[in-house]
Write a protein of this length. Structure first.
Length: 451
């Protein structure tokens, strides 16, 4: 990669990194214990704790958070008087979805076409390995020049807020001068990127009821109100004709001022089918980084196979609303719930409940930490300058940390570039990106200590 000793050390550690990521990916650590055994998440937490202990971390602990999951904490002391840096990742993962659609088993790290495939390889078990590689490289080249705290969350993908609530109850635990969130990603492979904004999100479950029980569609259809039809109508009201999100009272015309995202490139990244239009208006960056976006995540109704000729008495859906920076997620939730009630037809009974929420985030890119990271990334990615991008996804912990530690600088980097296909089938990580970002993080810690 270069003659830089840190880079040489990281390169020599990559076989070990692959072996460790293989072990970590093997845990089916989905923090939905109705679907996956809690023991799988506990096993992954133990693995991370053991890895920290092996690196000399002190006070390693499994933190029982209020949502029933565990986060892993450890502290590595640096030189006296040194700054403190908090390194974040999460070991929980999304469900694999349709396992049959994976080219290789989702919980077996598999190398194919120069990438490593497996659930969590990029999001975010690879982030755990990235932090370990950076620290090992520094220890082999003069030592770690800062105090380091590591926190590995156990329920980030569920949005249930366990670590946020724990941090609020124990504010002294994660205090730091700078926080590196290893759960973002480069704009594309080989282009060093920090994420400067995140959309927030809210999850709302909506239930529509019209009858005491299902009715025969031949005998009653045409006059009896169909709850599933009513639900479809109210969900359709959340989008304009062009697909733009239309929640009453929520503005949807913000502009993104930063890295541009070409439409054809986006179509390829998103694997949009030929002839299918993109939705919304404005630039792609406007739509995915600066504006709200509603998604119907699921609907409870009979499957096509086995369906009976019935007018349905009740139906429900899970609705996600991504909230742009500058919009309070709690207020957006109120607007969404009011919209659902106002647009439910035929006097149908409707009720909704919020089941998850995270605030949007905007970083201060003028801080010394960003200068230190820019210098580090120029070395790790020769010939490339660090870019700033937004991210449509949410990391709820960011705003919790920003509010608890207003003086702390927060940087977001990571392995989730477009080819990684996080949350989808065939998730993968680029080992070259893992190597380069580990070098960048190590050099950042060194630069930041000297700043």
């Amino acid at each position: 990669m270069s003659s830089n000793p840190v880079a040489e050390t990281v390169a020599s550690l990559m076989p070990r990194a692959k072996a460790e990521l293989t072990e970590l990916v093997a845990f089916k650590s989905v923090a939905d214990f109705d679907q996956f055994p809690k023991s799988e998440s506990e096993g992954a937490a133990d693995w991370v704790a053991d890895a920290l202990r092996a690196e000399g971390f002190q006070d390693v602990a499994l933190l029982d958070t209020p949502d029933g999951t565990q986060s892993v904490y450890g502290f590595l002391p640096g030189p006296e008087g040194a700054k403190t840096v908090l390194l974040y990742a999460h070991y929980d993962v999304q469900p694999p979805l349709d396992e049959a659609a994976w080219a290789t088993p989702p919980f077996e790290l598999t190398e194919r076409d120069g990438r490593w495939y497996g659930r969590g390889s990029a999001d975010c078990k690879g982030g755990v390995i990235m932090h370990l590689l950076a620290l090992r490289a520094l220890r082999a080249n003069g030592g770690v020049p800062v105090h380091v705290k590591v926190i590995a969350e156990g329920s980030e993908e569920q949005g249930t807020g366990g670590l946020e609530r724990y941090a609020e109850e124990h504010p002294e635990l994660l205090t730091a001068d700078t926080i590196v969130i290893g759960d973002a990603g480069n704009f594309r492979v080989g282009l060093p990127t920090v994420t400067s904004t995140l959309r927030g999100m809210t999850l709302v479950r909506v239930q529509v009821d019209t009858l005491e029980g299902n009715l025969h569609s031949g005998q009653f259809g045409g006059a009896a109100p169909d709850a599933l039809g009513a639900l479809i109508r109210v969900l359709d009201s959340l989008r304009a004709e062009d697909g733009s999100t239309t929640v009453d009272g929520l503005t949807s015309d913000a502009r993104w001022d930063g890295l541009r995202y070409d439409e054809e490139t986006f179509r390829k990244d998103a694997k949009v089918l030929d002839g299918v239009q993109l939705i919304g208006t404005g630039s792609v960056a406007d739509r995915i980084w600066a504006r709200p976006a509603v998604t119907v995540l699921g609907i409870d109704c009979p499957p096509v196979v086995g369906a009976t000729p019935s007018v349905h008495a009740g139906a429900r859906a899970l609705v996600s609303l991504r909230v742009p920076p500058g919009v309070d997620a709690a207020e957006a939730t109120k607007l969404l719930q009011a919209h659902l009630e106002a647009h439910t037809p035929w006097g149908a009974r409707v009720r909704s409940e919020q089941i998850g929420q995270g605030q949007a985030f905007r970083a201060d890119t003028s801080s010394p930490a960003y200068a230190a990271m820019a210098e580090a990334m120029t070395v790790a990615y020769p010939g490339q300058e660090m870019q700033y991008a937004g991210q449509g996804g949410s990391i709820p912990l960011c705003n919790t940390l920003a509010s608890l530690y207003p003086q702390a600088e927060i940087l977001l980097i990571g392995l989730s570039e477009p080819e990684a296909q996080i949350h989808a089938v065939n998730e993968s990580v680029s080992p070259e990106e893992l190597e380069r970002l580990s070098v960048a993080e190590a050099l950042f810690l060194r630069n930041y200590a000297a700043s």
